[in-house]
Each structure stands twice: as structure tokens, then as C-alpha cells.
Design a protein around this ligand. Structure first.
Ligand SMILES: *Cc1c(COP(=O)(O)O)cnc(C)c1O
Length: 382
């Protein structure tokens, strides 16, 4: 196969990341708790309007620790949207909790409010996860959060794909009782593998920190050295190492003026060139009062058979264009034995009918035109 010239997401590495990583190397501090990681946490907190931030080793680790901090135990029910990363359901299952999968709406591919309310009535969950898919704020976020407040449900907001996005001028990542962001290389900011836990709630912050730090309690400066290895329960080793934190500091410092505007520009090019036709449309709608960040751009092929969508994907790859499929819906993951609330399996339709296209920040107008030409050519000649 031809080398893929156009990548889904190319990491952007500048002199700044190199400077901080070199500094961490020169100082010889490689593990968690390094000064660059602390500055990274402070800068993210400030950007997302959050009091507390914990840098961790992955978004998955962040979701796991957030569920623990929210008090999820054996037999508790946790809602997750059907269309998301498998980590959402895997972490619920690892805590012996029961996943309740709720179907999405087809505008932003987020949790559907009416189905959510129905799921709460039937299942009485302790926690609900909300996901902003591909950088588009979930349409019903604020309604769902209000409903959860009234019904004592802890909200974990998975903003893994949506750093910088806003809904009604509120930042994604600031909306849940706890929010999680992934910083693996291909996300809005990246440092190889990494993640963030964000909250304004001191108790949740302390609990999450303790779980991420082998369940070592918070130490006072006055504690004697021999207390160092005392722990008070089962914990994980999830804190972000310093080389990643140093790299990530460079990324957050470049985010607002460099990475984010370029990302939005690519999203705008897709909106400009891919107007709806009888054959396809951009999968997600740009809604009023939301500001998406277009983490990934995708097309929904209205008129193509499932088989032809696959063939088109292979055709695009043969032209050097990297493509991705949609998420594998959680409802198809029978290994987790989930409950399901939905009417139409929108997620399964999306999986079969979309193709995710290159969304790297270095893409130019002519590149998007090239993709469109290839797609139109395939459809005409299929
Ligand atoms: C990427 C992603 C995760 C997992 O993050 P990792 O850093 O890859 O572990 C979780 N949820 C969503 C929505 C994601 O996109």
C-alpha cells in the first residue's frame, strides 16, 4: 500500500516542547510530581476554569480514577453513551459496576436527553458519563447536568476530544462534577500517552489524587520521613511522569494561539467544501451557541451501501489519505453484559456509514479539495 501522505492527526512538536523536555532531562527528575507537570496542571486549570487538576498517564486512567472517586462500587449502575471510546465501558466493568448504555442523538452524537431521563427512571444510576464526540459539545449537556443535579447523580464529563470547545460559552472540561481529558498524541493536545482529571470539588480531587498515587494519603510537611510508604487502601500508580508533563506544558502553552486556531481552520475548510449533497453530509451539525473544535472531521454517506463505504475507505487509503472508522458502539460489546436504553440504534448506523478524514492542523485548502475530488470520483464511478 502507498505511504499515507495525509494523516488523521499528526502530532505538532515545536522547540518549546523540546526545551522543557530537555530541562527535565537535565535536572534528572523523570517521575511524577515534576515542576513542569505542576505548571502544566496549573495552566490547564486556568484555561478550563477549574480549581483542581491532576495530570495522569492516560484518559482511560482518568476515567477509572474518576469513577472510583465518585464512589462507584460493585453493583452500582453507571450511564455511558453508546457512541464512545471503549474505555468508558471497560472502566465501569472493572469496578464490577453495571454499564447502562444510552443511545445518542444524530446531531452532535452526544447522549440524548429524553433517552437519558428514561434510563435514569428505569435504572437509578449513581454516576453518568457525558462525552463530547470529535470535539463537538454534546447537544444536551446542560439539560442532562441540570437533571443530574436534581437527582443526585454524579456527572463525569469525558472531554477527551474537546479541549477548547464551548457550549453556551462554558468550556468543555468545566462542566462535570469531575471531567476527564485525554492527552495522547493525537488528541487536542498530546504528550504520547496522558490524561487529566479536573474538578472544583475538593473531596473528589483528594480522592482521585489518592487513587492515582497508590492510595497514599496527603502528607503534611511536618510528617516524618518514615511515613512515606504508608497507604490507606487499594490504589493505582496513575500520575503523569515528568517527561510527558514537560512535553504537555509546551502543548498547553501553544494551544490558544497556535494549535487551536489551526484546528478550527481545518474544521472550517471541511464545512466550506463539503456542503450537503444527496450522497453525503458532514456527520455532525454545528449548532447555535456551541463552539466545536473539530477534533476529527467525518462524512456520513447517505446513499452508499455499507459495503461501498468500506470500499471508498480503501480507495481513499490507496490515494494516500488516512481514514478511520467510527467508534465500535458499546451495544455491540456483549463481553460487558450491558443494559441498553434506546429506540433506534443510531450508533450502529453511524459506525457503518461514516468515514473519518484527515484532520491534522497542517492541512491546507488544496488538500481538502483533493479529498473531495477523490470522494466524488469514487461515488460517480462505483
Ligand atoms: C481517547 C479517548 C479516551 C481514552 O483516552 P486514552 O488517553 O487513549 O486512554 C476516552 N474517551 C474518549 C472519548 C476518547 O476519545
Amino acid at each position: 500500500m502507498q505511504k499515507l501522505k495525509y494523516k488523521i492527526n499528526t502530532p505538532s512538536v515545536s522547540a518549546l516542547e523540546k526545551k522543557y523536555v530537555n530541562d527535565a532531562l537535565n535536572k534528572g527528575w523523570l517521575s511524577s510530581g515534576g515542576e513542569h507537570t505542576k505548571i502544566f496542571e496549573e495552566k490547564v486549570s486556568k484555561f478550563v476554569d477549574r480549581k483542581f487538576c491532576i495530570a495522569v498517564q492516560s484518559g482511560t486512567a482518568g476515567i477509572h480514577a474518576a469513577l472510583k472517586a465518585a464512589g462507584v462500587k460493585t453493583g452500582d449502575k453507571v450511564i455511558t453513551p453508546n457512541y464512545t471510546c471503549s474505555s468508558s465501558i471497560s472502566c465501569i466493568s472493572q469496578l464490577n459496576a453495571i454499564p447502562v448504555i444510552v443511545e445518542i442523538e444524530d446531531e452532535t452524537l452526544g447522549l440524548d436527553y429524553d433517552l437519558f431521563v428514561k434510563a435514569v427512571t428505569i435504572h437509578k444510576p449513581k454516576v453518568a458519563q457525558i462525552v463530547h464526540v470529535y470535539g463537538h459539545p454534546c447537544r444536551d449537556t446542560l439539560k442532562i447536568i441540570n437533571f443530574c443535579k436534581k437527582n443526585n447523580i454524579v456527572v463525569i464529563e469525558d472531554a477527551s476530544e474537546a479541549l477548547g470547545a464551548k457550549i453556551m460559552n462554558k468550556k468543555c472540561g468545566s462542566l462535570g462534577d469531575i471531567s476527564v481529558i485525554s492527552t495522547r498524541s493525537e488528541k487536542m493536545i498530546g504528550c504520547g500517552e496522558g490524561g487529566l482529571i479536573l474538578t472544583n470539588n475538593k473531596i473528589l480531587y483528594e480522592k482521585a489524587t489518592i487513587y492515582c498515587n497508590r492510595h497514599a494519603p496527603f502528607r503534611k510537611k511536618s510528617d516524618p520521613y518514615w511515613k512515606k510508604y504508608e497507604v490507606t487502601g487499594e490504589g493505582y500508580n496513575y500520575l503523569m511522569p515528568h517527561l510527558s508533563g514537560a512535553f504537555a506544558r509546551g502543548q498547553i502553552e501553544r494551544f490558544q494561539k497556535d494549535l487551536l486556531p489551526k484546528k478550527k481552520m481545518v474544521g472550517n475548510l471541511y464545512s466550506k467544501h463539503f456542503k450537503e449533497t444527496p450522497n453525503y453530509k458532514l456527520t455532525q451539525k454545528r449548532l447555535k451557541k456551541t463552539s466545536p473544535v473539530f477534533w476529527l472531521n467525518s462524512l456520513y454517506f447517505k446513499s452508499l451501501s455499507v459495503n461501498n463505504v468500506k470500499k471508498l475507505g480503501l480507495f481513499l487509503q490507496s490515494k494516500g489519505i488516512e481514514v478511520r472508522p467510527g467508534f465500535w458502539p458499546l451495544s455491540l460489546m456483549k463481553c460487558f453484559n450491558p443494559k441498553y436504553v434506546g429506540i433506534k440504534k443510531i450508533s450502529e448506523d453511524i459506525k457503518d456509514k461514516i468515514i473519518i478524514l484527515p484532520s491534522s492542523i497542517d492541512l491546507k485548502n488544496k488538500d481538502i479539495i483533493f479529498f473531495k475530488k477523490q470522494i466524488d470520483f469514487f461515488i460517480k464511478n462505483k
